[in-house]
Unconditional design. Structure first.
Length: 367
């Protein structure tokens, strides 16, 4: 089975409700890139990468498509028998840009699963469960609105709530945390995510002001050096997110004891194949983590769920997908959705989703 051509497609994903707010940015629509890899035996494998705007992390949609234009022509004619061999080939064509390579890695796993008649989760080590827990993200807003949204989602079956904070008066964030905790206490776990918006001093102050509330504090500061400076000084457990730029960064954080857990993004780590390495590093130290991506539709959601299903359930904090924030699917017959706070693991060979090409716009073809 060899790569015959690569199609690069665009899908625009408007945010339900108008705006998704984080500490340092807000978005109203997301630009997703979907890759279709077609083989000489007529199979199609799909991958997706959808950065959360251009400033959430050093990824953006135009950058992904430029990287794919550099890589894809050099993959035509390449045999697909090993995702790791493909990763080496891609690294030989372009340094870095793991978030673009992730779409191709996902597509190749999809193809191999179809060829072997097994779901992608099997290729990643084997599913341990038939559904994975999801969690809901409450965006930056006023205390009452956040508490109301959290309570509604807990009633829908979510057992973990992530609350976005930062980019405003510290006391307002504290008020919101207390309101949300009052709304969910005893019924759901709470994670508070600052998305790098705090200085180390602000993180220490925030931690002390909320010392009586049990939550995990996710990525309060921008750099890994700042995060390392907080080690042993905080009451709350700390998760790293944006600093996990690759598997090497994960290894550094684990070796240095910087993090009590992680919020992993599959495309940031370079795709499911390399994200599975981060999973295994966490397993060695019994570190909890999520398996998510920044945004996207059914394709990247399916990839996340397949990998999440292979994580030791006691270490899996949940899988966030954009289901609650986007309308429609690229595969109406096999959509990846949250029901009762959980996501079913696709069982069909490959990813288990077959995107409808009419739901997207063809950008380029490399053959």
């Amino acid at each position: 089975m060899k790569i015959e051509r690569v199609h690069v497609n665009q899908a625009l994903l408007p945010v339900v409700g108008g705006t998704y707010r984080l500490s340092q940015t807000e978005v109203e629509a997301l630009d997703s890139t979907l890759v279709e890899v077609v083989t000489d035996d007529g199979r199609s494998g799909w991958g997706e990468t959808c950065p959360l705007g251009p400033v959430y992390q050093p990824h953006h949609a135009l950058g992904a498509r430029a990287a794919l234009a550099q890589i894809a022509p050099g993959l035509v004619g390449t045999a697909i028998d090993s995702p790791r061999a493909l990763a080496r080939r891609m690294d030989g064509l372009l340094a870095g840009h793991g978030y673009a390579k992730a779409a191709l890695d996902t597509a190749v796993l999809d193809l191999l699963g179809q060829q072997l008649g097994v779901p992608v989760s099997t290729l990643l080590g084997g599913a341990l469960v038939d559904r994975v827990p999801s969690y809901y993200s409450v965006t930056v807003g006023d205390p009452d609105t956040g508490a109301r949204a959290a309570a509604e989602k807990v009633a829908d079956g979510y057992r973990r709530i992530q609350l976005k904070v930062g980019g405003r008066d510290l006391q307002r964030d504290v008020e919101t945390v207390r309101a949300v905790w009052d709304a969910v206490r005893g019924r759901a776990r709470l994670a508070v995510d600052a998305n790098r918006a705090m200085t180390a001093v602000h993180a220490l102050q925030f931690d002390r002001l909320c010392a009586d509330i049990p939550f995990t504090l996710e990525q309060p500061c921008a750099t890994l050096e700042e995060m390392e400076s907080l080690r042993g000084r905080l009451v709350h457990p700390v998760f790293l997110d944006e600093n996990t730029e690759d598997v090497a960064a994960v290894l550094r954080a684990i070796a240095g004891g910087t993090a009590d857990g992680f919020s992993f993004k599959v495309t940031r780590l370079g795709g499911p194949t390399r994200a599975a390495q981060a999973r295994d590093l966490c397993a060695l130290r019994s570190l909890p983590h999520t398996v998510d991506d920044a945004w996207g539709g059914d394709v990247i959601a399916a990839a996340c769920v397949h990998l999440a299903a292979t994580v030791d359930p006691r270490l899996l904090e949940g899988t966030w997908i954009a289901h609650d924030w986007i309308e429609g699917h690229v595969d109406d017959e096999h959509p990846v959705v949250v029901r009762d706070g959980h996501i079913a693991v696709p069982t069909a060979p490959g990813l288990g989703v077959r995107p409808d090409p009419t739901r997207m716009t063809r950008i380029a073809t490399y053959d």
